[in-house]
Design a protein around this ligand. Structure first.
Ligand SMILES: *Cc1c(COP(=O)(O)O)cnc(C)c1O
Length: 434
């Protein structure tokens, strides 16, 4: 319980929206209809799972379709944004999003593919240093990916993959426990791969501290930033992160299965000794069409690309990243802290006495936009169905017992947060309606 009692009225939510120095950019997004409750639009708190569609996406996509229709193959060089160097148009905004240098940043593939490409280069086990350190609660795709990488090297994942657990009764790993493990046993760790923001609890890892501890132990440190990119400010270059990968369909709003991002620290870019999987997009574009027998990589993250990229899938990323550039991650984070803090206060006040508890860290510095509520009683999926169908609130469930509420600050309002919190309290405590 927080000591501060939040004013829980709807008027207060409206007042906070009217007074906010960074108004929601809701009008720039397609918000699904509510279909239930008194409001026409849904309160959409599932942007941690799939961000809403920016209205600007359609125009950018239509430009690519029109150029393809008008130019055919000549669009590779003559489209208004030529397709051949298309990924370069995304490089600077993606670098700004994660605090990478442009040379360190590339938009390509999907997240799990990028995790694999990075592990091909950066997980190089030896008999003495062979372990991959992950969180026990890692996202399944990451768990499967690291296990398959261990097998690729002829190792048994049961031995090669070391899973760190939170302390009994706690939901998130403590930074000091990760540091302690790395000090004590880090000499067998080849790779540390953690999530920047935990998909289940919403906890934000101390990325610089864990990166420093992993590197001090002699390991390579990679980050999965699926729930961190577009959610919290990142400074990957300054923090010395070895590599990172993230998707663009959660907080970055670039559409289902959007092309992902990848970061490789400058210190690795010219290292020709790193094993890599390669294709024709790995080679220097200046000589690519000489079609020589050998790859001649450039010393940027671009050289981890394999294929010519899907232009129609990159176009929405371009449109979404423009919004982040326009608003700026620092201003967005300030708004996010206000919104999420407000929602946390409401949940504290409204869930009191109900069989539900927020498991996200209470310290705003240790979380992003997501608050996770663990529910004892009705299954989380059933709670989310009722939120949707009785209240027009879109949240998401992680079975069996967690409801995730993410007031994404680009399009969510304090009023949305108020709707979500009051609806959740009604579903958990109030009489069943409808
Ligand atoms: C969303 C998410 C993924 C999804 O992987 P895709 O390759 O984009 O399907 C992977 N890892 C984490 C931590 C995620 O949150």
């Amino acid at each position: 319980m927080s000591a501060v009692v939040a004013p829980v009225g709807e008027d207060h939510a409206r007042h906070l929206d009217a007074a906010d120095p960074l108004p929601a950019r809701r009008a720039e997004f397609h918000v699904p209809p509510a279909a239930a409750g008194p409001h026409p639009e849904a309160a959409y708190l599932a942007g941690n799972s799939l961000g809403l569609q920016p209205r600007a996406v359609r125009a950018v996509l239509e430009e690519e379709l029109a150029d393809w229709a008008r130019l055919g193959v000549e669009g590779h060089l003559e489209a208004r944004r030529p397709w051949m160097p298309y990924h370069e148009f995304l490089r600077d905004p993606a670098a700004r999003l994660v605090g990478g240098l442009p040379a360190e940043t590339v938009v390509m593939n999907s997240l799990t593919v990028n995790l694999h490409l990075m592990m091909i280069s950066f997980y190089r086990p030896t008999p003495a240093r062979y372990a991959i350190l992950i969180e026990d609660g890692a996202f399944p795709s990451d768990s499967y990916a690291v296990a398959s990488q261990a097998r690729l090297h002829g190792l048994d994942p049961a031995e090669a993959v070391v899973r760190l657990r939170p302390r009994p009764g706690e939901d998130d790993l403590r930074t000091e426990d990760v540091q302690g493990f790395l000090r004590a046993e880090g000499d067998r760790v080849a790779l540390v791969l953690f999530g920047g923001v935990d998909y289940l609890t919403g906890g934000l890892a101390d990325i610089p501290a864990i990166t420093a501890a992993g590197r001090a132990a002699g390991a390579v440190v990679g980050w999965d930033l699926a729930h961190a990119a577009g959610n919290v400010p990142l400074r990957l270059h300054d923090w010395g992160v070895d590599w990172a990968a993230w998707c663009h369909y959660k907080y970055v709003n670039a559409g289902p299965g959007a092309v992902a991002g990848c970061f490789v620290h400058e210190r690795h870019l010219a290292d020709r000794g790193l094993p890599r999987l390669q294709g024709w997009w790995s080679t220097d574009p200046a000589t690519r069409f000489a079609m020589g027998p050998e790859v001649d990589p450039v010393d940027t993250a671009d050289s981890w690309q394999l294929s010519n990229p899907p232009i129609l899938a990159l176009a929405p990323v371009l449109a979404s990243l423009r919004i982040f550039d326009d608003v700026g991650m620092e201003a967005l984070r300030a708004k996010s802290l206000r919104l999420t803090g407000y929602l946390a206060g409401l949940l504290d006040a409204l869930l009191e006495g109900l069989p539900a508890r927020v498991v996200t860290p209470a310290d705003p510095a240790r979380r992003g936009a997501q608050l996770s509520v663990r529910i004892a009683g009705p299954p989380a999926g059933e709670v989310c169905r009722r939120l949707r169908h009785e209240h027009g609130v879109i949240a998401d469930a992680r079975q069996p017992d967690v409801v995730r509420l993410a007031p994404a600050p680009l399009y969510c309002t304090h009023h949305d947060a108020w709707r979500a919190a009051t609806a959740l309290a009604a579903v958990l405590g109030g009489p069943r309606r409808g």
